[in-house]
Design a binder for this molecule. Structure first.
Ligand SMILES: CC(C)(COP(=O)(O)OP(=O)(O)OC[C@H]1O[C@@H](n2cnc3c(N)ncnc32)[C@H](O)[C@@H]1OP(=O)(O)O)[C@@H](O)C(=O)NCCC(=O)NCCS
Length: 160
């Protein structure tokens, strides 16, 4: 499968909003107590040879750090997630960032494996951080993947 990656343009915006709503439960994502609205993030999109959008990574640059706010691959284990991470890395470097970081939740075992395999290091565990997130976004469920209580944020980083 041949995949192309492009920076999001205005014509992708409605689709990005639909991805946030469908996969992240609303128009914003909360990480480290901060809400990232779909309108505030930049991103990269993966497109297959049929022109279908098959993946999305969004990010937010602040000073010399880039936070990957969301990552979705709609076909799993085909290299799409890895390509999107590489694209965000490149963009972050070009933007002069020295750190690429992200948070995921304690139930996201796939992501915990995936990020470590892609060179990220677990640099902090924020116990009960999801309680704070729920104050901003009450729709965050109590129970996550595999019936694991959705409770903590895990912070991963990569030095660029
Ligand atoms: C986490 C996530 C983004 C990974 O995306 P992905 O596209 O499946 O990732 P990749 O295909 O690049 O890599 C996954 C595995 O498939 C393998 N793979 C990649 N291309 C492959 C291919 N052509 N054939 C077989 N295996 C392949 C990789 O080696 C990798 O295994 P590894 O991690 O043990 O090295 C995806 O599972 C997802 O969207 N999850 C839901 C949303 C989510 O949780 N996002 C992260 C939250 S912060």
């Amino acid at each position: 499968m041949s995949i192309a990656i492009h920076e999001l343009t205005d014509s992708d915006r409605d689709w990005v909003e639909s991805v946030f709503r469908k996969h992240w439960g609303g128009e914003f994502i909360v990480s480290r107590g901060k809400a990232y609205h779909v309108k505030d993030v930049k991103g990269v999109c993966a497109v297959n040879t049929k022109g279908e959008r098959v993946g999305l990574a969004t990010y937010y640059v602040k000073r010399n750090e880039c936070e990957m706010v969301s990552l979705n691959a709609f076909t799993k284990a085909a290299g799409i997630g890895s390509m999107l991470v590489e694209a965000v890395k490149r963009t972050a470097r070009v933007a002069g960032c020295s750190r690429l970081w992200l948070t995921t939740t304690n139930d996201n075992l796939d992501a915990i494996r995936f990020y470590q395999r892609r060179g990220f290091q677990l640099v902090a565990v924020h116990p009960n951080a999801i309680e704070v997130s729920r104050k901003l976004k009450p729709s965050i469920p109590e129970v996550g993947n595999f019936g694991i209580p959705l409770r903590d944020e895990l912070e991963f980083e990569m030095r660029l």
